[in-house]
Design a protein around this ligand. Structure first.
Ligand code: IMP
Ligand code: MG
Length: 192
């Protein structure tokens, strides 16, 4: 992977390249919101269920573009340490809503191996929602280890590690308003 040099005004030395600007993100989120509004126009119980913490910026933007009554809830799961995913997905905090009979949209920041959504999806289906769909801001199709439909997707990206718009590397970079690729070599050096 060859990446262009780091412009001087990035707040972290390991940010290699902006993939999506705030304007591009906003435009895509507007489209997803319009699609969801249309698809759920007859829904009586719509729940946006976000995975903490990466999906926070995405879900709060998205919900403003859903023009239909809805509620939100969150779960916290972990499968990651540093920049490596594992197949062991641990529930750290469960959602509060009893989702039986609800139209649930499970929202995450990014699908990488897919283990996280795959596991949470199975768990949620056992809880008998009326329907369950998946929404992710980003997807790295080359990295999938398990498969499931992503019903609402922001953007597909190559196998980059990315930060910004809620996504982090070891908790750094979540507040960046754009989505940017990380130069992992520079990141490792920045830790030394
Ligand atoms: P998966 O289980 O491998 O699909 O990983 C999904 C989770 O890993 C996401 O919810 C993110 O929290 C994290 N993740 C995967 N790829 C990236 C990335 O490029 N940047 C930041 N977080 C990532
Ligand atoms: Mg996450």
């Amino acid at each position: 992977m060859t990446l262009p040099p780091n412009p001087p005004d990035f707040p972290y030395p390991f940010i290699a390249k902006v993939l999506f600007t705030p304007e591009e993100i906003e435009q895509r989120v507007n489209q997803l919101g319009a699609q969801i509004t249309q698809d759920y126009r007859t829904s009586e119980k719509l729940l946006l269920l976000g995975l903490l913490r990466g999906s926070v910026m995405f879900i709060t933007d998205l919900m403003r573009k859903v023009h239909h009554p809805m509620t939100m809830d969150f779960m916290s799961v972990s499968s990651y340490s540093g920049s490596e995913s594992t197949a062991f997905v641990r529930i750290e905090a469960d959602h509060k809503t009893n989702i039986a009979g609800w139209d649930v949209i499970l929202i995450d920041d990014i699908v990488d191996t897919g283990y996280t959504i795959y596991t949470v999806r199975k768990l949620l289906l056992d809880r008998r929602p009326k329907s369950l769909r998946i929404c992710a801001m980003l997807d790295k199709p080359e990295r999938h280890k398990v498969d499931f439909p992503i019903d609402y997707l922001g953007f597909s990206i190559p196998d980059y590690f990315v930060v910004g718009y809620g996504l982090d590397i070891d908790e750094k970079g979540r507040n960046l308003p754009y989505i940017a690729a990380v130069d992992l070599e520079k990141y490792k050096k920045s830790l030394q």
